[in-house]
Write a protein that binds this ligand. Structure first.
Ligand SMILES: Nc1ncnc2c1ncn2[C@@H]1O[C@H](COP(=O)(O)OP(=O)(O)OP(=O)(O)O)[C@@H](O)[C@H]1O
Length: 533
């Protein structure tokens, strides 16, 4: 053992020990050399100390994951087996020393999966839409020529009078997939309204005022062209305003409403839902979660939902066809829906890439300390501003987790002379109205907002989403990221997320694992789990 402690000798001794005994005799002498036993653990340690540093993994070809530490790069063509362990770049990120580490999920395809079946053979006419609806569509949205995947699979069963649950990725064209058949069906249903209380025949329920504004803005020109009246009933308005809206002449055929405002109108008997033929819950998972459930339960109770397609045929005793739409559905949503309708009367349409990480959008995750986020954001926005002056960039959405952070960050951007708009839930209704629309129209390039702008809001100019605060759930991540890379987006999108807290790291690890394994995100239902058994 004394020999082993001499520098350089243990390695030699270990090698001697491994040789066969007869080789240990020195030629010309009968006396064998003494054998030195070196413990295996020491041998292993020694050989470890001498081996060169772990080689850097540089593989040719495109990458799916590119990391600051290249040993965590993953080539695009690598498919991991189910049992194979996955090295995560974000593994040690709960440790404060991981600051400034980062990795990106690279763009692996150019187009959104929603355009997978976008071929000249598909047409809206083949889906059962009438010529007058097709003419209205062409007049109002000439860029919409062929149906997206979700439109191809949703419009025919909806026209057949089925209750539908439509779950498809963000920005895939779900709004038109229910509006076109609903408007067509409203043309075919007689309007028997001789009542003193307004009784719309179609109702689209959405969780926010901004989304109500947006859906109304899509439906109104189509409705005008078809001779149908579309109205919007958003929250944040007093009773007199709601009364004024409800009794506007002519009465609405299709009403787009938020649950709070509609609940008030129902309680004050300003509206009657007994004549409803269609009830659409857009962003259904939000509407069915605890924050809205009481209001939505009341609205569903007041609407006459059909038991099945046979129930829908009587024109003098109309019952409502139910349409549930969303980009994220938690596990167990089908059980929740059994309260509303029997699960076998529901046709479930899910896209194959539901709850997957978007393959056509680059998504970068940066581990930062809380205090470093402002400087990083300012740098990103200034860089964006420079690119904008050369005319090569779109608009930016910056998401925060609270209204107070939006306000605080807004003052800091003001100090840096970075022009922006702000949108958060604690703003007075009068200030909040129209902010997203003016961002959509391009009055400012940057919108600082909370999650009220993450669901359903559509802008084809958004190029960059920054998660200044990391979202609190995987659903919120999907919706925020889904503001870029939409059908019709004019610019390729990027998402940058700042990762600060240990609970952020847990979500990032789930996202990274799903991306590396090319699987859907956990916690949310997979497309199969949404189908009733
Ligand atoms: N068939 C089509 N061809 C071209 N553009 C389309 C088509 N259908 C929809 N679009 C455009 O795609 C964009 C996204 O549509 P939409 O807002 O309906 O998506 P979504 O699936 O409801 O998104 P989210 O899940 O975020 O609510 C819109 O700008 C819309 O005008």
């Amino acid at each position: 053992m004394a020999l082993a402690r001499l520098p350089g000798l243990p390695f030699l001794a270990a090698r001697l020990f491994l040789l066969p005994r007869r080789d240990l005799a020195v030629s010309g002498s009968d006396k064998p050399l003494p054998v030195v036993h070196i413990p295996r653990a020491l041998q292993r340690r020694q050989s470890g100390r001498r081996s060169p540093q772990r080689p850097v993994l540089v593989r040719p070809g495109r990458l799916l994951i590119s990391a600051r530490r290249p040993e965590f790069n993953q080539p695009a063509r690598l498919t991991l087996a189910r049992w194979e362990s996955v090295p995560l770049a974000s593994r040690g990120w709960k440790n404060p020393r991981a600051r400034w580490d980062h990795f990106s999920i690279e763009r692996s395809q150019r187009e959104t999966p929603a355009l997978r079946n976008f071929s000249s053979e598909n047409s809206f006419a083949d889906l059962g839409l009438e010529p007058r609806v097709l003419r209205a569509l062409q007049e109002v949205a000439p860029e919409v020529v062929r149906p997206t995947t979700v439109q191809s699979s949703t419009i025919p069963p909806l026209l057949c009078g089925r209750h539908i649950l439509c779950a498809a990725e963000t920005g895939s064209g779900k709004t038109l997939s229910y509006l076109l058949p609903v408007l067509q069906q409203l043309l075919g249903h007689p309007s028997l309204d001789s009542r003193s209380i307004p009784a719309p025949r179609g109702l689209v329920l959405v969780p926010s005022r901004e989304l109500a504004e947006q859906v109304r803005a899509v439906a109104q020109p189509l409705g005008s062209s078809l001779g149908l009246q579309i109205q919007e009933l958003g929250g944040g308005r007093g009773m007199s305003r709601i009364r004024q809206q409800m009794f506007r002449k002519p009465p609405a055929d299709l009403l787009v409403a938020t649950p709070g405002a509609l609940w008030k109108a129902l309680k004050c008997q300003l509206i009657n839902l007994e004549r409803l033929s269609f009830l659409v819950l857009d962003e259904a998972d939000t509407l069915l979660d605890e924050s809205f459930l009481e209001l939505v339960d009341y609205i569903l109770e007041k609407s006459n939902i059909a038991e099945g397609p046979d129930d829908l045929k009587d024109p003098f005793n109309p019952k409502a066809q139910l349409v549930l739409v969303g980009a994220t559905f938690p596990k167990g949503v089908v059980q929740l829906l059994s309260k509303v309708t029997s699960s076998n009367s529901l046709t479930t349409i899910t896209s194959s890439k539901l709850h997957y990480i978007m393959p056509h959008v680059k998504q970068t995750f940066m581990r930062l300390k809380g205090a470093e986020k402002v400087a990083e954001l300012v740098q990103i926005l200034k860089q964006h501003d420079r690119a904008d002056r050369t005319g090569s960039s779109g608009t930016v959405l910056v998401f925060c987790n609270s209204s107070s952070t939006v306000n605080w960050l807004g003052y800091i951007l003001d100090d840096h002379k970075i022009q922006h708009l702000r949108l958060q839930g604690q703003m007075p209704a009068s200030m909040r109205a129209g902010i997203f629309q003016s961002f959509q129209k391009g009055s400012r390039d940057i919108l600082l907002c909370t999650d009220i702008a993450s669901r359903g809001l559509d802008s084809t100019h958004v190029e960059l989403v920054v998660n200044y605060d990391f979202p609190l759930t995987l659903q919120d991540y999907i919706h925020r990221a889904g503001r870029v890379g939409r059908v019709g987006s004019e610019v390729p999108g990027t998402v940058i997320s700042f990762v600060t807290h240990p609970w952020d790291v847990i979500l990032v690890q789930k996202i990274e694992l799903a991306a590396r394994r090319k699987r859907s995100l956990p916690v949310l239902g997979s497309s199969e789990s949404l189908c009733p058994s």
